[in-house]
Write a protein that binds this ligand. Structure first.
Ligand code: ZN
Length: 78
């Protein structure tokens, strides 16, 4: 589970961007921390980079494929 120390630097959001599940190898439109919705594994990714492939980590048989979900959006200055 992602951790932080200084909560004043994070803001809770109800944006729909946090609801989408992405398949391995798809482009990350939003930079930040992504979590596998199936097993909880987490990664950090830069804007526009490709989410890790199916062989990034292994699921127990029967769990299904990796599905990446945005957990923390890294907000860059314009
Ligand atoms: Zn997983």
């Amino acid at each position: 589970m992602a951790q932080y120390k200084y909560g004043q630097y994070l803001t809770q959001s109800e944006h729909s961007a946090y609801d989408s599940l992405f398949t391995p190898g798809s482009t990350a439109e939003n930079p930040g921390i992504y979590r596998c919705a199936v097993c909880g594994d987490e990664i950090a990714i830069a804007k526009g980079h490709t989410l890790p492939p199916q062989n990034h980590h292994q699921h127990r048989p029967g769990l299904g494929a990796i599905r990446w979900q945005l957990l923390v959006f890294a907000q860059q200055r314009r």
